[in-house]
Each structure stands twice: as C-alpha cells, then as structure tokens.
Design a protein around this ligand. Sequence first.
Ligand SMILES: [Zn+2]
Length: 265
Amino acid sequence: MFLAALVWLATTAYSLACAIPIKGRLVQGGLLTGRVVSGTPVSVMGKPVRVSTEGLFLLAFGRDATQPVELKAGSVSCMLQPQKRVYKISRIDGLPPRKVSPRAPEDLARIRAENAAIRDVRRVDSPATDFAGGFRWPLTGRLSGVFGAQRILNGKPRRYHNGVDIAAPIGTPILAPAPGRVVLVHEDMFFAGKTVILDHGHGLTSVYIHMSAITVKERQRVETGGMIGRVGMTGRASGPHLHWGVTLFGTHVDPQLLAGPMPTK
Ligand SMILES: [Zn+2]
C-alpha cells in the first residue's frame, strides 16, 4: 500500500502545501486526484466525496472559482486556493440564428429535455476508477477553441466555452481518451448534434459532440483508444470539429489540463 502510494506520487510534479497527497493543477478549471489510506473519509467544503477502495478521490475547480476550497481527509485538512486564469474572447459568426437565439416553443422544449438528460447522467456517482490512468487526446488536430472562452455568437454574448474544440476533417475517428462506460448516446441534439457521454467514475464524465457518426451503444464499455465515433459538424457548429468536454458532476474542467500538449502526429 505504502509503495503503491509512492509510485503514484512519483507520477506527479507538484509539491503542494497540503499533507493530503493530491495531483493535478491548482488552477481554475483544474481537476485534482487525491489518494488517502483506504477507508479514510474525505470531504470537500464539508461535503463527503466518494473514496475508492484504493483510496482515490476527485475534486475540481470551476472556471470562475476564486475562493479557497477546504479539503479534509480524516483529521487532516487543507485550504486549496485555485490560481486565476485569463480567458479568451471568442467570436463566431455565421451561425444559423435559430441555433443562437432559439425561440420556437418546440425548439425550447427540445433543449430543456436534452439538457435534463445530460444533467441526469452527470449526477451519477459510480464506483469505477477509470480516471486513474489519466487522459489522452481523443484525436490530433488544431485546437480551434479553448476552455473558458467568453463566446460571442453572431454578435450576442453567450455562455462560456466549457470544453475544447479540435478541428479535423469530417470522418476522422474519435478515440476514447480513457476507459469508461457509454452512458448517453443521442443522434440529434439541438446544440450538440450527435452526442456521446462516457462515465469514468466518481462523477467524472466526458462528452463528445457534433459527430458525423456514433460507433458505440449505451452501456457499452470502452477502453483507451477505442473508437466512439467520427468528427462531424452536426448541431450548432460552423465547421467540422470535435467539441470535447470533461465534467465532475456539474463542474466543467479544462480537458487540455488533463491531456497535456497536443501530440504532433
Ligand atoms: Zn466547443
């Protein structure tokens, strides 16, 4: 157990002012993995979080997190202060007006139902630890959109960009960046088009949208590098790309912090 913890710690380059071993970036949009002795209760801001049988747990800082977060493991506690980031402003023009300011009752009802379906799968706290081995890029390509950017669509301010965009030709295979279970397949979401969500355990899910084809089914298990679909531009997209998002329950984190630099083919 002690040796396993040492090996685990050796894979991180961070020394944090916290006696609880955690790895990841203490930054807005950062995901942290911690490890405690199996059975130790862990809480974040007083709320208990799932600890795996190996002692692993997760916590995340949101895009706009500014306040220190209290992490407690057994009798040890730390205040974790996320570093601030400066976000880009991204302007996208030429989108169909209906996809920027939907007004038709049937569009609004559809959006509500789709958002509820996504919220439901993001609420699940499964015991899997498929996040433990880290994440790769689901494909290689030019980063055409970064996490956190304030978006101005057809001149109108909209919600911040909660994932990364990777531009690639239509049909490019999308590969699972980590093992997981397919928890949502949707062939035609209003904004997202063809959509897949993978569950990696402990409330951590990843989403793949705008695809031209989906090659997995709900409840299917996928391994790292397994194909889940192909790049497209379904839903609200101005060109072929994959939008990849990673979320811990309701908190969006920056996939780029998990996958590291984009490999050059
Ligand atoms: Zn996007």
